[in-house]
Design a protein around this ligand. Structure first.
Ligand code: 5AD
Ligand code: SF4
Length: 479
């Protein structure tokens, strides 16, 4: 099959600031509507919530063609891999899956296999996929979601492999609204408030794969939340790589605090947001959080390292002391807040002393939980050029030591809920035991109770009886 290249990524260009263009939602064509009837699709999503939201949008584009979704990719007419590039192992996992998909393709040669998301924004990765996975026939970038129908049509009509992964034009998407924008969950919805990242932490590939920070219009966000309320949604999570930088690209100050307040005023039952950047976090946000009880007291505040030397090398724009001051203020304003974080161990040349400073911070903050990672070298990032004198075994050993302490505090924090009553939004039936249902409390703790499907979508009071490291078990308390 021939390859038609509309655009290829270029990591060097990806770091540059670009004009922002607004791209309208794409519309199905008659050709696709007649092709889509009786066809099936399967989607595999890797990585963060931004990818989940992108997959939801593409899924709706496919459903709007009359296509049916299936779990398994064998036998599907269209298969999409929405990829994550944040660490090398996510990328390797993708290549394994693409290899497995070859068998399904051999049994169904008209299957369209598409790859999108962050991995294809890397030049080398796109070239590697084109060369090694000839059964992949559509590759498109993170700013090309609203061109999806046109790309798919091109691929089907011209019987060519289509590649459209531009790094130079970072479009601001207009998102579909109303029921066509629907989510994977019936009760909880992710709502993008901004795209991209301007922080350029030296280890991170995101600014190159998702482009510069672009904030959505406040009116569009509020309209979307109001639509979600009408559709019966109970919870929204406002999404952005650095949500507290919302509006900065438009020259607005404290815009996140005022956006949060307006979202709170819509009356949606629960609001969460992720992820704030420590030095952009400001007391205005804490005040809004304290004022509205539909804003959940749970904050994910990535520290990355406790060593000021390492933070500097990471280009994080705060010191450990400044971070701790924010935590102190936050806890003063919101005494019942749950705090979680991200930590990277084994950044190039991290010393034992640096690592111990990270443990000091963990011991001081006593996080409710944390995502811990071993540093992974990402092509094109400044840190990938650093000489590294830390061996893999030392990195693993530090990772294990850190994980033990994180688990210890998670367990300690979970114990505090035993004997207390907490509110839970139920949204899942256990796959193994249909009589168990689960959901999250305001602090983001996973809670399991005996119950049935009829309770899904409800916020109920639960008395906690037992705690585990990362979950609580209780009983619904009827009023
Ligand atoms: N290696 C390891 N972890 C990383 N993260 C981002 N880039 C890397 C990398 N190159 C982690 C950070 C970030 C989280 C989403 O992923 O901790 O907060
Ligand atoms: Fe990556 Fe840093 Fe941006 Fe987060 S803030 S996405 S870690 S560059």
């Amino acid at each position: 099959m021939k390859t038609k290249i509309l655009s290829l990524p270029d990591l060097k260009k990806a770091g540059q600031k670009k004009e922002i263009e607004s791209v309208p939602v794409c519309k199905p064509t008659d050709y696709l509507l007649s092709w889509g009837r009786d066809k099936t699709f399967a989607i595999r999503t890797y990585g963060c919530q931004a990818n989940v939201r992108d997959s939801e949008i593409i899924r709706n584009y496919l459903l709007s063609l009359g296509m049916k979704e299936k779990e398994d990719f064998s036998g599907a007419d269209f298969v999409l891999f929405n990829t994550c590039a944040i660490r090398e192992n996510a990328e390797n996992h993708l290549y394994g899956e693409l290899g497995l998909c070859k068998k399904a393709y051999d049994n169904k040669r008209d299957m369209i296999i598409a790859v999108c998301g962050c991995v294809v924004q890397e030049e080398e990765a796109t070239r590697y996929i084109l060369e090694h996975f000839k059964h992949v026939s559509l590759i498109f970038g993170t700013s090309r979601i609203n061109s999806f129908y046109y790309l798919l049509q091109d691929c089907l009509k011209e019987k060519m492999r289509i590649v459209d992964v531009s790094s130079t034009s970072f479009s601001l998407l207009k998102e579909p609204v109303g029921s066509v924008a629907s989510r994977f969950s019936k009760h909880k919805a992710f709502v993008n408030i901004m795209y991209g990242c301007d922080k350029f932490c030296t280890y991170c590939i995101v600014p190159y794969t998702r482009g510069r920070e672009r904030s959505r219009d406040k009116e569009d966000i509020i309209k979307e939340v109001e639509e979600l309320i009408k559709l019966g949604y109970k919870e929204v999570t406002l999404l952005g790589q650095n949500v507290d930088a919302y509006g900065k690209d438009k020259g607005e100050k404290y815009a996140f605090a005022s956006l949060l307040e307006e979202v709170a005023k819509t009356g949606i039952k629960r609001i969460r947001f992720t992820t704030p950047y420590p030095s952009d976090f400001n007391p205005e946000v804490f005040q809004v959080m304290a004022k509205y009880n539909n804003i959940m007291p749970s904050i994910h505040l990535p520290i990355q390292s406790g060593s000021d030397e390492i933070l500097k090398k990471m280009n994080r724009r705060y010191t450990s002391k400044e971070y701790l001051d924010i935590v102190k203020l936050l806890r003063e304003k919101l005494p019942d807040v749950a705090l979680t974080t991200d930590i990277i161990v084994g950044f190039p040349n991290e010393t034992e002393e640096d690592f111990l400073k990270t443990l000091d911070i963990v011991n001081e903050v006593k996080y409710d939980s944390a995502y811990t990672f071993i540093y992974s070298k990402r092509p094109g990032t400044p840190a990938s050029k650093l000489y590294d004198n830390v061996s893999e075994s030392v990195k693993h050993e530090r990772f294990d030591r850190l994980k033990k302490i994180i688990d210890f505090y998670a367990e300690e924090n979970a114990k505090k809920y035993v004997g207390k009553t907490t509110e839970v939004l139920f949204d899942t039936v256990s796959k193994r035991d249909k009589t168990m249902i689960s959901g999250y409390n305001p602090q983001g703790k996973l809670v399991h109770v005996k119950g049935d499907e009829s309770i899904l979508g409800q916020i109920r009071k639960v008395e906690i009886q037992t705690s585990h490291t990362y979950s609580l078990i209780g009983e619904i308390k009827d009023e």
